[in-house]
Design a protein around this ligand. Structure first.
Ligand code: ADP
Length: 335
């Protein structure tokens, strides 16, 4: 539904042009939660803001539902922007207006609905984001999580089909982050809305995204289903994000490798195999001994996974690896 064709963006800085996004082609399917991850300066905001033409591409074409949005005139762009909501890291609420007035603003600016209809719509939106009791408060009277809920209600007021999220949880504490991400996931499901979110945290991607693209210096260096990218990162930048999320110190881990004998394997379990008592069974049947060096059991969206770094010693190693693979465990030799 959102498709980039060789989209390039450079900013003029003095006499020079600084490239923020090298020619990039990729697709975001309708109804997905699509994450863009990268370090500061990687080009995430630029890419996100190209989708609603807050930034104009230097070259290339962007299509939304088959329509080339780079060709829209001012009138067409106004209509298009109503189909694209946006939420921001620092919420961007008007401090002099109440919660209800902030949410009503895009509808008042559109000028198409009566006051009564707007009032009803705002009440329903506030109910949806759990702020029905805060309609007459001012932003300064709200917590960060509540402010972002106002931001979400406001973004939804024009019934958009795309929601752009610009580091929407980066200013929030971990618990509030979880609640806001859950709300976004619910909205995606209920409304079939396409969500594009940018973040510098792999955990945000892991919790709610279907697909992810990793941006590094204006280039998408890796992309795919979150489970594939998260569990088997290929590019060094992606690996750094994953290790950071898993709180793994790669150097420390390699020092641990020197302390053990035998083959070192990384075993990845997903879905049902996460619950199987496999390691003990394989050890008994093949006579291998094992040492656990690192591990994590968690979820990617709703699917449980486990990833263990294990040293196997003695016994029938090949047979052990075969048994694991037969049980749908992904086996990767690290040493
Ligand atoms: P991110 O969102 O990943 O931090 P940005 O898209 O903001 O990255 O920036 C990508 C690159 O483009 C950076 O080098 C940044 O300095 C540059 N850049 C962004 N906006 C502008 C601008 N308005 N003028 C000049 N350079 C810019």
């Amino acid at each position: 539904m959102i498709e980039f064709f060789e989209v390039h963006k450079a900013y003029p800085v003095g006499q020079k042009q600084v490239t923020a996004l090298h020619p990039t082609s990729f697709k975001i399917p309708t109804g997905q939660i699509y994450g863009l991850i990268g370090h500061s300066g990687a080009g995430k905001s630029t890419l996100l803001r190209l989708i609603n033409r807050l930034e104009e591409p230097s070259s290339g074409r962007i299509e939304v539902d088959g329509e080339d949005i780079t060709l829209l005139d001012a009138n067409g762009l106004r209509g298009f922007r109503r189909q694209v909501g946006m939420i921001f890291q620092h919420f961007n609420l008007l401090s002099s207006k109440t919660v209800a007035e902030n949410v009503a603003l895009p509808l008042q600016l559109a000028g198409e609905l009566s006051r009564k209809v707007i009032q009803n719509k705002v009440a329903a939106l506030l109910q949806r984001v759990g702020l029905q009791d805060h309609a007459n408060k001012y932003p300064a009277q709200l917590s960060g999580g509540q402010k972002q809920r106002v931001g979400i209600a406001r973004a939804l007021s024009t019934d958009p089909k795309i929601l752009l999220c610009d580091e929407a949880t980066s200013a929030l504490d971990p618990q509030t982050t979880g609640q806001v991400l859950q709300l976004l996931a619910e909205i995606n499901k209920e409304l079939g809305l396409t969500l594009v979110l940018i973040t510098h945290e792999m955990d945000v991607i892991r919790r709610i995204c279907d697909q992810v693209a990793v941006l590094d210096a204006g280039v998408i260096v890796e992309q795919g289903r979150v489970a594939d990218v998260f569990l088997h990162p290929q590019h060094p930048t992606t690996r750094r994000f994953v290790y950071e999320a898993e709180q793994v110190d790669e150097n420390q881990l390699h020092q641990d490798f020197d302390q053990v004998q035998g083959r070192i394997l990384r075993l990845t379990f997903q879905g049902q195999s996460t619950y199987e008592p496999l390691l003990g069974r394989v050890a008994r049947e093949t006579g291998v001994d094992f040492t656990l060096l690192a591990g994590r059991i968690d979820r990617i969206r709703d699917v449980p996974y486990g990833q263990l770094t294990v040293a196997f010693n003695g016994g029938e190693l090949e047979q052990a690896m075969q048994l694991l693979q037969q049980a749908d465990v992904h086996v990767e030799a690290l040493r």
